[in-house]
Design a protein around this ligand. Structure first.
Ligand SMILES: Nc1nc2c(c(=O)[nH]1)N[C@H]1C(S)=C(S)[C@@H](COP(=O)(O)O)O[C@H]1N2
Ligand SMILES: [Mo]
Length: 192
């Protein structure tokens, strides 16, 4: 298995993006997050209507993408935030890599005005600019209160920031602070 992965990676190194397989050849676990758009480090090829069925239904299309499994996301440096959540009005610890580190690991070309379109499995989508993601320290949470988050709950990934620490969000009633924060995040489009 290890050897096959190594050969896969080595073989990919010499190929152009157009020649990448539609599935990420090196992913060990299921892909949790697919990053498309203005990225320079694709690890898979174009949308495959046979396998990428939900993305096709949600009208996502791409020629190349960077697919992350849970291990790839948790291998990035993680930060913790402790915002008050609207569901129980209590602070919870959300931990994961910075959103900008995730898209940069996909080789995203980022300007301050670059938009990151964050899409969830239920079709909910919200956009943050790179400037906003940086200033508000958005993360892609992989854990809540020390445990992974369920699909069917808020997970497995949740893009959010510490609303308590962002004055313009903290000024809003609790129920209005996370409107731009998709839980069950699975796709990010980097839109220049
Ligand atoms: N995946 C997903 N994320 C979402 C939403 C949603 O419907 N789906 N609703 C957004 C909105 S509008 C708000 S105010 C907060 C809380 O909404 P909820 O009660 O539906 O979780 O989550 C945000 N994130
Ligand atoms: Mo909302």
């Amino acid at each position: 298995m290890k050897k096959r992965q190594f050969l896969g990676t080595a073989a990919l190194a010499g190929l152009s993006a157009a020649a990448l397989p539609a599935r990420a050849a090196t992913a060990a676990g299921p892909t949790l997050l697919t990053v498309t758009g203005a990225i320079g480090k694709p690890n898979r090829g174009k949308l495959d209507p046979t396998r990428d069925v939900m993305m096709a239904k949600q009208k996502i299309s791409f020629e190349q993408a960077h697919a992350f499994d849970y291990a790839a996301l948790t291998a990035l440096p993680a930060v913790s935030i402790k915002p008050t959540l609207e569901y129980d009005a209590k602070p919870h610890t959300l931990r994961g890599p910075l959103l900008l580190d995730v898209v940069q690991a996909a080789g995203a070309k980022l300007g301050d005005d670059t938009k990151l379109i964050l899409r969830a499995v239920d079709g909910y989508a919200a956009a943050v600019t790179v400037a906003q993601a940086r200033a508000q320290r958005w993360i892609v949470a992989t854990q809540m209160d020390g445990a992974p988050m369920a699909l069917g709950g808020l997970g497995p990934l949740w893009a959010l920031c510490d609303a308590d620490k962002v004055p313009e969000l903290a000024a809003l009633p609790l129920a209005g602070r996370f409107g731009g924060a998709p839980w069950a995040l699975y796709h990010i489009d980097v839109a220049p």
